[in-house]
Ligand binder design. Structure first.
Ligand code: FES
Ligand SMILES: [Fe+2]
Length: 411
């Protein structure tokens, strides 16, 4: 349970808010690469309550500028990409990716007025499958050296999807391992899968450890015959989580427990009432199977903005299915399950009236860590997991995966 003030600190992320300052201190995804192919049209994006235009200049470099032209506020996402930047189609002012005004065709030839115009501009960087931006103060930090940021493009699969609720609800789901025993239960018949491990022990032991990047969460379940199934999940400051996810290729070739990669859910506020969930799947040893990922993850996503299952149609919950194959009655797509549950809580959860239990240990730890980081920034100190040099991130012990432990018999 939080106070109203604490809940506001964590969930309000618009410009000038303490929570917004925290999220802006880190690189954040602003699009997936397929949204912005070289030569493609500019894109209107809304992130952290700001309306912006994302485009690639003629050299293919991504730029993120204020949506509205600083002249008389026309929408730059309708603009032309030319002349070293993006040109407003109202009166022809143009801007480069750093927000410098390059041309003002209507001004006197000898005017230096354009040099006094600086449009809102945020630095961007391409990483496999994503375009990241830095919207914080000062120089951007180094990119944390996670291997999926430097992997071959084929080893990484990404999609983005709108969730109609505050980002924190989604982020909390990443460190709530007990819900896997219920919400996502899908009948796999007699086959023993990691899903059946999850369903067979509904009260897992959850161990939480603070790390340089956030939290390591170890969840251990009794799977019988003196064995325990242990999953290592991570909370990555301030709105990302990594976990054992869907199979990376055909499960017969690379079962989920092979520790050959993992999934990440990165929850980026659109505004306080919506967030963009970036689903990332990373395989270490070779290409991810994109067809499999589309089937497992994006089935039901009609576009980035509309879903087949939604609040208006009660997510097509099927009570017959609930008695025959799935626990929730909303198909087998985990994205649908998670989106339903987080949206069902309301636009921003009222955390002043919840009643937390033993299985919420990691959620509690995550909130504490976020609140401490906000307080630290408000006191003029840098937030955790922000470094100027990549080698200072200390990710050697970062691991996401699972193992089976033999339980020693009691003496
Ligand atoms: S409004 Fe953009 S150039 Fe005039
Ligand atoms: Fe989930």
């Amino acid at each position: 349970m939080l106070t109203q003030h604490q809940n506001d600190l964590l969930t309000r992320t618009g410009p000038g808010t303490p929570g917004g300052r925290l999220l802006r201190a880190y690189w954040q995804p602003v699009a997936v690469d397929r949204d912005l192919p070289p030569g493609g049209p500019p894109l209107h994006v809304r992130i952290l309550g700001e309306d912006l235009v994302l485009f690639r200049d003629e050299e293919g470099r991504p730029g993120l500028l204020g949506l509205h032209c600083p002249h008389r506020k026309a929408d730059l996402s309708y603009g032309r990409v030319e002349g070293g930047g993006i040109r407003c189609v109202y009166h022809g002012w143009s801007f480069d990716i750093r927000g410098r005004c390059l041309e003002q065709p209507g001004e006197p030839r000898n005017s230096n007025y354009k040099d006094r115009i600086r449009h809102t501009a945020y630095p961007c960087i391409d990483v496999p499958g994503l375009i990241l931006t830095y919207m914080g103060e000062g120089e951007p930090p180094a990119l944390p050296p996670f291997p999926f940021f430097s992997a071959p493009r084929s080893h990484v699969w990404t999609r983005r999807m709108i969730n109609e609720c505050n980002y924190l609800q989604g982020s909390e789901g990443n460190v709530d391992p007990q819900h896997l025993s219920f919400l996502h239960r899908v009948d796999m018949g007699a086959q023993v899968t990691y899903g059946s491990y999850l369903a067979n022990d509904e009260a897992p032991a959850i161990d939480v450890e603070q790390t340089g990047w956030g939290l390591r969460v170890e969840t251990s379940r009794d799977i019988g015959e003196g064995k325990r199934y242990v999953r290592t999940t991570n909370f990555i400051m301030p709105n990302n989580g990594s976990f054992v996810g869907v199979p990376l290729v055909d499960p017969r070739i690379s079962p989920p427990d092979s520790n050959d990669g993992y999934s990440l859910n990165w929850h980026v506020p659109v505004d306080d009432y919506n967030h963009m969930k970036y689903a990332i799947v990373y395989r270490i040893s070779g290409p991810v199977d994109p067809v499999l990922q589309e089937r497992y993850i994006a089935d039901g996503l009609q576009s980035d903005l509309t879903w087949k299952r939604n609040r208006q149609n009660r997510y097509l919950q099927d009570r017959t299915e609930m008695s025959s194959s799935t626990y929730l009655g909303m198909g087998a797509n985990f994205q649908d399950h998670d989106r339903w549950v987080t949206e069902s809580m309301g636009p921003i959860v009222d955390r002043t009236t919840e009643n937390l239990g033993a299985t919420d240990r990691a959620v509690i730890a995550m909130r504490r860590q976020m609140l401490a980081a906000i307080e630290s920034m408000e006191n003029g100190k840098p937030p955790p997991f922000v470094h100027a040099k990549a080698e200072d991130y200390g990710l050697d012990a970062f691991f996401t995966g699972s193992r089976i432990d033999e339980v020693k018999a009691a003496e």
